[in-house]
Design a protein around this ligand. Structure first.
Ligand SMILES: CC1(C)Nc2nc(N)[nH]c(=O)c2N=C1O
Length: 161
């Protein structure tokens, strides 16, 4: 079984309900089980334009799905929950991203692991740390604790999932 860390995000359509439904659907994937899920973290939207605050979380999944099969399954869950891919930085009902997949580095047309922007996102790093540990190492040798130390908590608000 492989271990994948998945980032969840939502700022439309009852975000907490979106995250809870997504976690349940991910747990139902074939040959997969959600082992742990972080608290939910509220933060203002990073990026251009005005949009509602986001709710984010990270979960740990044990799975035999390959990275590409997992990506496809996650995209199907996003679509089932009404994700519309119109604006690149726009508001969305649900965003599911593969952050890490064991110690694998993947760089293909449709999938990059580790997630290319995870190192600068407190709304990813802090929930990830909550369900792992500071010495969690990324494929390039970077340790999670070091990344968190360099990424201010800011106005990130921890709430119940
Ligand atoms: C629009 C953009 C970059 N901003 C975000 N901002 C926050 N706070 N959380 C997100 O999940 C998120 N996702 C995005 O895709």
């Amino acid at each position: 079984m492989s271990r994948a860390f998945i980032a969840l995000g939502s700022n439309l359509g009852e975000p907490l309900d979106q995250l809870q439904r997504a976690a349940a659907s991910i747990d139902q994937l074939s040959d997969s089980a959600v082992i742990q899920i972080s608290s939910a973290y509220r933060s203002s939207a990073v990026g251009p334009g005005e949009q509602p605050d986001y709710l984010n979380a990270v979960l740990l999944l044990e799975t035999t799905l390959t990275p590409m099969a997992l990506l496809t399954a996650l995209q199907e869950i996003e679509s089932a929950q009404g994700r519309e891919r119109n604006l690149r930085w726009g508001a969305r009902t649900l965003d599911l991203d593969i952050l890490l997949y064991d110690q694998q580095a993947v760089d293909s047309l449709h999938l990059t692991i580790p997630h290319p922007r995870m190192k600068e996102r407190n709304f990813v790093l802090y929930p990830l740390l909550e369900i792992s540990q500071p010495k969690l190492m990324l494929p390039d040798g970077a340790e999670l604790g070091t990344l968190v130390a360099a990424c201010p908590l800011g106005k990130l608000q921890k709430t119940t999932f």
